[in-house]
Design a protein around this ligand. Structure first.
Ligand code: PLP
Length: 476
């Protein structure tokens, strides 16, 4: 592709993207293809000869677009709704063009230093103390893995050199989190060689927050049998209900026990840019590390997770390994090389999109959008509360509502199956996408507001579809 062709296709692609972002609601939110449809429609071999890009774009529209689930649709209310904002799209375009590989400072001074500056901005916006230093990973799962690897490094002497298997004096190691914590904590302990049994899931209270007394008891029981506590993961905004663990009480226990504390604020952590929200997270500043995901609720497209730690030296101790060919004068002189604080060597220029989003919206713009999302979730919760054939199943601390339909005509034992059918019917409309969870054994519907383009009319449409379909399925 010569530069003339690149210009031509680039211009029309920008037109396509602008139109898509403006009218993403013209597509069904959930893709309607069946498993294997796309694979069957595509050739099984790469082309031997170059193909004209116009044809590639035609196939993109004809084959790829129907197989997209539209996270940019304003009716996307599933999981945690995320957005790619126009400034971030432009940043990704640039990042691909620049192809920075920020393994060393010298291989990209810009990506290395912009990451530090942008994460310091975000840290300040969230009201975290300056002792927290940040590093960008792809996802919260990776952030938590690195934080727990640092915890293991601190808890088990010589783990880096000697590993774990067969070591005298290294018994069972334990990580603690609530029964509501994200499955990435399970994956971390598995990967770190602690075994899945190395994770203790502490019961939560009636608002799905970790019970601090139960944590204290679990650690005491473990200590009595020679188990070594390694870390506690407190969640600031759980995946199902966005509940916030009592991180201050948990920090008291961790400090008393000499156990590291990691806070998982993947979704709700960024809400701390609103000063009035911060008291809900009181104690997070005592955590050793904290993860927040701008790619969840800060209008940066997947992927960008920000991991902050008060002990970057421990993280570096766990991961730094410099082969001769990557030795540099700056690295020896103490300049930060990003390869030293993570498992990956090559890393892309993620900070650019966060920098552009922070500048394009400003803190005030971001706060206003988050506040509007929370208002919409509360509004929806109010409609649920006022409708006798529905019930709310959890508080709404941020922008997610948990609820189910409870029509009088449906016997209680059949409510799970009824709500599954309701979810399927509502999602089949193409106008909205909701997802589900299970709370206290009950199938629960979730409406998660978080899409940049979601307005009150979209939430109202979701409610209309829920009510209409519930009435129809209940046989009214
Ligand atoms: N932590 C929490 C609380 C989450 O809700 C999620 C995903 O929804 C994750 C971690 C994992 O996020 P990621 O997809 O960035 O790994």
């Amino acid at each position: 592709m010569d530069s003339g062709e690149f210009r031509r296709h680039g211009h029309s692609l920008v037109e396509w993207i602008a139109d898509y972002l403006e009218h993403s609601d013209r597509y069904p939110v959930l893709s309607r293809v069946a498993p294997g449809d796309l694979t069957r429609a595509l050739p099984s071999h790469a082309p031997e000869r170059p193909e004209p890009f116009d044809g590639v774009m035609d196939d993109f529209e004809r084959l790829i677009v129907p197989a997209l689930t539209h996270w940019n649709h304003p009716g996307f209310f599933g999981y945690f709704a995320t957005s790619s904002s126009p400034p971030a799209v432009l940043a990704e375009f640039l990042a691909a063009a620049l192809n920075q590989n920020a393994m060393l400072w010298r291989t990209s001074p810009a990506a290395t230093e912009l990451e530090s500056v942008t994460l310091a901005w975000l840290r300040e916006l969230m009201g975290l103390p300056s002792g927290f230093e940040g590093v960008i990973y792809d996802t919260a799962s990776t952030s938590t893995l690195h934080a727990l690897a640092a915890a293991r490094e601190a808890a088990v002497s010589g783990v880096r050199e000697k590993g774990l298997p067969g070591r005298a004096g290294v018994g069972t190691l334990r990580v603690y989190c609530s029964d509501q914590a994200h499955s990435s904590v399970d994956k971390s302990v598995i990967l770190l060689g602690l075994g899945h049994e190395g994770l203790c899931r502490v019961p939560s209270d009636n608002e799905f927050r970790m019970s601090a007394p139960a944590l204290r008891d679990a650690i005491a029981r473990d200590r009595a049998t020679g188990v070594t506590p390694v870390a506690v993961v407190a969640t600031l905004g759980t995946t199902s209900t966005t509940s916030v663990d009592p991180v201050g009480e948990i920090a008291d226990i961790c400090e008393r026990e000499g156990v590291r504390l990691h806070a998982d604020g993947a979704y709700a952590g960024v809400a701390a840019i609103i000063p009035e929200i911060r008291p809900r997270f009181a104690g997070r500043e005592r955590a050793d590390s904290i993860v927040v995901n701008p790619h969840k609720w800060l209008f940066v497209p997947v992927d960008l997770s920000a991991c902050y730690t008060r002990r970057m030296d421990v993280l570096r101790g766990a991961f730094s390994l410099v082969p001769e060919y990557l030795r540099t004068a700056e690295g020896t002189a103490g300049v930060r090389n990003l390869m030293d604080t993570g498992v990956q060597l090559g890393r892309r220029f993620r900070a650019l999109k966060l920098w552009m989003v922070l500048r394009a919206y400003g803190a005030a713009g971001l706060r206003a959008t988050l506040e509007e999302h929370m208002r919409l979730a509360r509004l929806f919760a109010g409609w649920v509360d006022a409708e006798p054939s529905f019930e709310r199943l959890a508080p709404v601390p941020f922008s997610v509502a948990c609820f189910r339909a409870v029509p009088a005509a449906v016997p209680v034992p059949e409510l799970d199956a009824f709500n599954e059918r309701l979810l399927e019917a509502v999602n089949a409309s193409g106008d909205v996408l909701l997802s589900h969870t299970r709370l206290n054994g009950v199938l629960t519907l979730r409406l998660a507001v978080g899409q940049l383009r979601t307005a009150e009319a979209h939430v109202a449409r979701a409610w209309e579809l829920l009510r209409e379909n519930a009435a129809r399925l209940a046989g009214k």
